[in-house]
Design a protein around this ligand. Structure first.
Ligand code: EJD
Length: 400
């Protein structure tokens, strides 16, 4: 490859099962190799240090999203679905959908949901405590809670909600290479896409949810009629698996750091910091790509125009050059500045929804549970983009 002679080269398959199962080791290798590393397996350049990842995320003018934020380059390949008008768009086309969703998902707009979500969290926690105190915290809490509150908030009908997680799993796999993870779900693409697309129609949505507000924005002329269903689709793609694995990251963190759980119980107002620290520490969204709009120089390395650059959010979030004792999950640190929600104009527009889910669930748990401990080794689920889980077997002790 021209222009790679002077770059450190890494020939590891960064999307292999081994790398996805244990990314920390790979992250160390990449951060140590240099500020820009050539990944020969995929012919892309990679960033794994906080400074470079942060800078690239902030520089949408030189690192575009419109050619896709996965490995596939939309300049040369067609996507498996019509591109997202948010995620896979650049200014100015990106801006109207972004504004609409920003307003609908703003903290002030979510205030009306808090009481109901608090109650739902309390009910769910009481439900898991009604048994022996041993259960799978991944399925019973991390999956169950978002599925209980989020689809209702969007305004989905009652049927087919079991498709949400499989669709998200497929979408997040699709940002990586066409490997076994992608091939395993290939037979479901048409069926799952058809179901999700059908839920995005105005008629499929209740008249009081996020979905209806997106259609109302189209009626006002803030979006085109063609954009509206795609913005609903963004909620359904980005809003479920991410929060499920983000909550799982919190539960895993507390099950393995009992002293931090005690700190949260003493000061439940730390729930929001705890969520951010868990997002920093686990980085549920591990990687994203951008495409260089011109030849761009990063730390003396040229990224040629039109080529992909892979950003390791999880590596940046544990960069010892940015964080003290980065591998420690610690509620006493200030996790702000982590890139787990991205950075810049594409930074997660749903993060207030995610924070509200985490805050209500963790607060309900902290008020009722003295200890959380693992009863068996947790199991990961492998995904090309998400640091995800299959099970988190725990025992909890109810507060006396
Ligand atoms: C995403 C990293 C969409 C869409 C938007 C955002 C994500 C995925 C899909 C969440 C990326 O607009 O469809 S975390």
């Amino acid at each position: 490859m021209p222009g790679t002679a002077e770059l450190p080269v890494c020939d590891i398959d960064v999307f292999s099962p081994a790398a996805l199962e244990n990314p920390e080791e790979l992250h160390r290798v990449l951060r140590t190799a240099g500020p820009v590393v050539y990944l020969s397996r995929y012919d892309v350049r990679a960033l794994a240090r906080h400074e470079e990842v942060h800078a690239a995320l902030a520089d949408w003018q030189h690192f575009e999203s419109g050619s896709g934020v996965g490995l596939a380059n939309f300049r040369h390949e067609e996507s498996w679905r019509p591109p997202s008008v948010l995620l896979e768009a650049d200014p100015p086309r990106h801006d109207a959908p972004r504004r609409v969703l920003r307003d609908i998902l703003a903290p002030s707009a979510l205030r009306v949901l808090r009481a109901a979500w608090q109650r739902a969290a309390e009910e769910l926690v009481e439900q898991v405590l009604a048994g022996e105190g041993t259960f799978d915290a991944f399925t019973e809490l991390a999956c169950a809670f978002p599925l209980r509150v989020f689809p209702d908030a969007v305004g989905l009908g009652p049927d087919g909600r079991e498709n949400l997680l499989p669709y998200g799993n497929m979408a997040f796999n699709s940002f990586g290479p066409v490997n076994d993870l992608v091939r395993a779900d290939a037979h479901r693409v048409a069926e799952l896409s058809a179901w999700v697309n059908a839920q995005c129609a105005r008629e499929a949505l209740t008249d009081d949810g996020f979905g209806a507000r997106i259609w109302a924005a189209a009626d006002r002329g803030d979006l085109t009629q063609a954009q509206a269903p795609l913005v609903v689709r963004s909620l359904l793609t980005a809003g479920v698996d991410t929060t499920v694995h983000g909550l799982a990251a919190c539960l895993y963190a507390f099950a393995t750091h009992p002293e931090q759980w005690q700190r949260l119980r003493e000061r439940p107002e730390l729930a929001r910091v705890a969520f951010d620290e868990a997002v920093r520490w686990q980085s549920p969204v591990q990687t994203f790509f951008r495409t260089a709009t011109t030849d761009v120089t990063i730390a003396d390395a040229v990224v040629p125009e039109g080529t992909k650059i892979l950003m390791f959010l999880g590596a940046a979030n544990r960069d010892p050059g940015r964080w003290d004792d980065p591998d420690r999950f610690d509620l006493a640190r200030d996790p702000s500045g982590h890139v787990g929600f991205g950075m810049g104009i594409h930074q997660c527009v749903g993060q207030h929804v995610a924070r509200l889910e985490a805050e209500t669930l963790l607060t309900a748990l902290a008020a009722r549970v003295e200890h959380i401990e693992l009863t068996a080794t947790p199991r990961r689920h492998l995904n090309n983009t998400l640091r995800s889980w299959a099970s988190l077997p725990v025992r909890v002790h109810r507060t006396r």
